[in-house]
Design a protein around this ligand. Structure first.
Ligand code: ZN
Length: 240
């Protein structure tokens, strides 16, 4: 597997140990997600590309700054593939909206290699990813559909946008789907019991989330409420 990972120095609750920049293949190397606008990081990416025979196509999994802000420093423009388009050598672009409307995963199927998915922020190496409501560019309905879409591929490895590699893709996709359904079921149960306070709904359904991630849980709940509303499963008396 001719892939090199360079971790950008932007650790945080949402980026884990930092954003993963991947260099794929060589002569020239394809760069996936340049990462944040950090000069040392971009210099490391440039040097790695040189060692691999030059900088070729640059692609983004999505336009969030922790993946894309380094583009200008790299002096590159990102390709904007369509869903199902073959890009670079041996990469298939797969539209996977949900975390962001412009989110793509890339499937690498080079001869002699395992079927590898570069999952961006659709699936992370640890924990779960943030899916916000539409006003924040998210959609939980789209996100669930994107996870389901990946099941058609016989994946051997996932290389995520943050965190370590995922060695059991099918189990991880199941885990991600089940995790969201668990939240949804708990939210529905609380609503059915008559709970209408949004603060109490978050506290109950996201009771395992540490305090510093409570704002993220509130955003996640908005996405769940939007999905239930889209599916006509939201009680009409839920007030702000
Ligand atoms: Zn990210």
């Amino acid at each position: 597997m001719d892939v090199e990972r360079i971790v950008a120095p932007n650790p945080g609750p949402m980026t884990l140990e930092g954003t993963n920049t991947y260099l794929i293949g060589r002569e020239p190397a394809t760069v996936l997600d340049p990462g944040p606008a950090d000069e040392d990081h971009i210099e490391a990416v440039r040097a790695a590309a040189e060692r691999r025979g030059g900088l070729g196509d640059v692609m983004l999994t999505h336009s969030h700054g922790d993946h894309s802000d380094g583009l200008a420093l790299l002096g590159a423009e990102a390709l904007s593939p369509a869903d199902g388009e073959r890009v670079a050598p041996d990469l298939l672009a797969i539209a996977t909206p949900g975390h962001a409307t412009d989110h793509f995963c890339f499937l690498w199927t080079a001869a002699g290699n395992a079927t590898i998915l570069f999952s961006g922020d659709l699936i992370l190496g640890m924990g779960s990813t943030i899916v916000g409501p539409r006003e924040l560019g998210g959609s939980l309905g789209d996100y669930m559909a994107s996870l389901e879409k990946l099941r058609q591929y016989d994946l051997e490895l996932i290389l995520p946008g943050h965190g370590p590699r995922i060695e059991d893709p099918a189990a991880k996709i199941d885990e991600y789907v089940q995790h969201r359904l668990m939240r949804e079921n708990r939210l529905l149960a609380a609503l059915e019991r008559g709970e209408r306070s949004r603060a109490l709904l978050v506290a109950e359904v996201w009771d395992d989330v540490p305090e510093q991630l409570r704002p993220a849980a509130e955003v996640a709940m908005l996405a769940h409420l939007e999905k239930l509303e889209d599916e006509a499963r939201l009680p009409s008396d839920l007030v702000d």
